[in-house]
Ligand binder design. Structure first.
Ligand code: HPA
Length: 244
């Protein structure tokens, strides 16, 4: 059974380099995960891979069944998750195609099934002071250094509801809050992993400057270009982190 899982986000529906050995369609008490879970070898380690938005990409961030995804990985014996998140950058030191390993989260999403504490489970107030696992964050940072890929070693991830992008005023507000990068899928995923005792870290890829932070509007063409350029770095860092 794999100890490590990768949850792939936008631009990472299939994991290049994964030698597939098995594909599992898992059902959970919370419903069906976004896609069958692929199990195989990456960097000579057995890992599980889950496409967060489905394969092919079809689920918007608010439609993802985060509980089913995390529960299914736990059921397969996974202990640690590397989550890939495409983000917009508010911090001007983080240009498109740049990699950020965030260390904090502010959650602005709403209306998502965000906890396993429901009728069948007693209430547990998990500690979430440091939402990402330091061991995994360090592994990613060291892997980036070993690969000679520049990355920002900390940052605050703001999770908005989407699927629309933000207004300039919303981004101004997030900046006042201290948010460096903004995405739509970081929560409740990170908190659900903590509820089930799974180690979890994010490798965030900047695919655009956030609203009002670059000249003109944000286009899908620009996002696609940054994704193509950046995803190569994300894969190299992940392979290196997993190999070691
Ligand atoms: N805002 C929110 N989520 C995102 C963005 C953004 O600018 N870019 C990629 N995901």
């Amino acid at each position: 059974m794999p100890n490590i899982a990768i949850i792939g986000g936008t631009g990472l529906t299939q994991l290049a380099g994964l030698t597939l050995t098995e594909q599992k369609s898992v059902e959970t008490p919370y419903g069906t995960p976004s896609a069958p879970i692929r199990i195989g070898q990456l960097a000579e380690q057995e890992i599980a891979f889950l496409a967060r938005h489905g394969d092919p990409h079809q689920l918007a961030p608010h439609q993802v069944n985060y509980r089913a995804n995390i529960f299914a990985l736990k059921t397969l014996g996974v202990k640690a998750i590397y989550a890939v998140n495409a983000v917009g950058a508010i911090n001007s030191t983080m240009p498109p195609a740049h990699v950020v390993i965030p260390d904090q989260i502010i959650d602005y999403s709403y209306g998502r099934e965000h906890t396993f504490c429901d009728e069948d489970r007693s209430v547990e107030h998990i500690d979430f002071t440091y939402p990402y696992a330091d061991t995994l964050r360090k592994a990613l940072i060291i892997a980036a250094e070993q690969k000679g890929i520049s990355c920002t070693k900390s940052g605050v991830y703001g999770c908005t509801q989407g699927p629309r992008l933000e207004t300039k005023a919303e981004i101004d507000r997030l900046e006042r809050d201290g948010v460096d990068i903004v995405g739509m899928t970081g929560m409740p995923e990170a908190a659900l992993a903590r509820e089930l005792g799974l180690e979890y870290a994010s490798i965030a890829l900047v695919v655009n400057m956030a609203a009002g932070r670059s000249a003109g509007i944000i286009t899908m063409d620009d996002i696609k270009q940054a994704l193509e350029e950046g995803i190569v770095k994300v894969l190299a860092i992940l392979s290196q982190a997993i190999a070691h």
